[in-house]
Design a protein around this ligand. Sequence first.
Ligand code: NAP
Ligand code: ZN
Length: 367
Amino acid sequence: MEFRFFIGTKAIFGRGCLAENAGELKSFGDKAFIVTGKTSGKKSGALDEVIGVLKALNISYCVYDGIENNPSLENVSDAGEKAFQFGADFVIGIGGGSPLDAAKAVAVLAVNPIPPVDLFKNTFEKKPLPIAAIPTTAGTGSEITPYSVLTRKDLGTKMSFGNANTFPKLALLDPRYTESLPYNVTVDTAVDALSHAVEGYLNRRSTPVTDVLALEAISIFGDCLSDLLGKNLTLKLRDKLLYMAMVAGMVISHTGTTVVHSMGYSLTYYKGLPHGRANGLLMAEYLKFNLAGAGDRVKKVYERLKISDADEFKGIIDRLMGTRVELTEEELNSFASQAAKQKNASYCLWNVTEEDVVKLYKSSLME
Ligand code: NAP
Ligand code: ZN
């Protein structure tokens, strides 16, 4: 047995955790650059609370609230330039995966005058600024992963970078900040977290430790399912979903994702599907795909979700997420060719060919 386990983030979880641990921010310096989305910082209440804490600590700050969903290189480059001009000591990311991923790019670009495309080289002369991550969705786990997923308009897809230095130094997880999430975003992001756990479990880089974490996250999703289906979105449920997303984030920090995520990127880029929804529509067929070679593992996933097979899973996803998306034959072939080349496709339990990907898209979306 051989494995490594490393999470470079101090995570503090609980309602009111920011105010109770405000002093943690002071250790990062006197100038904070806040990176958030157009509405998420304000709607969640997190931005006001952060500003209140910074004022009390005498930390000066600058707010950049222009992060797009699925942020592009151009978008993070603009924010990085502003952080450089401000002379930030550290970065605070507030929002869903989009602003948190953007915060990682900003932390690099604020101290490294490189063309933004060089982010993907993954080696930087100067260490990125410290990042404090405050999630307002319960899904990506970005607060505890080193990854930053960015949209490449030049290539027509999404691509990620990240190394041991891009883990947020601090994650403050307060489930109250997810209470303002609409139902559809709650579901999409929860399904994204489930997808991280399932893909991390059916993954050639899984370890005994990530397996324990993945099964824990899958079980929690199973426990939350009836409330999600019944739209019973209590704060107690929000606690569980945020915890599940964090645990699943710890899984993919080690395993990465799989072909489900690489296939999902085109559904987001070309068809406008939210990230979690894209993965959700593909996950049932990924489970079936693994049945032949990893049947025991797939059955364990069903057990933890308290379901009997992939068809039942598909039915649940349909109830949670509604209608499917249609692809033309041309889209199908070009998406498959892109997805098969992505790095995360190579983390599946065995080699996945372009033909396999075509079949997975077809059975997921067109049958
Ligand atoms: P998101 O794009 O960050 O946010 C989705 C929507 O929810 C946005 O409209 C956002 O508003 C809104 N929102 C967020 N928090 C809210 C709140 N508390 N109340 C009301 N509205 C709120 O979605 P996400 O699914 O969390 O992140 C997706 C991104 O993360 C993708 O780019 C994906 O590729 C990436 N990702 C990263 C990792 C990783 O390990 N780093 C893993 C998986 C996925 P605003 O527009 O105002 O922000
Ligand atoms: Zn994801």
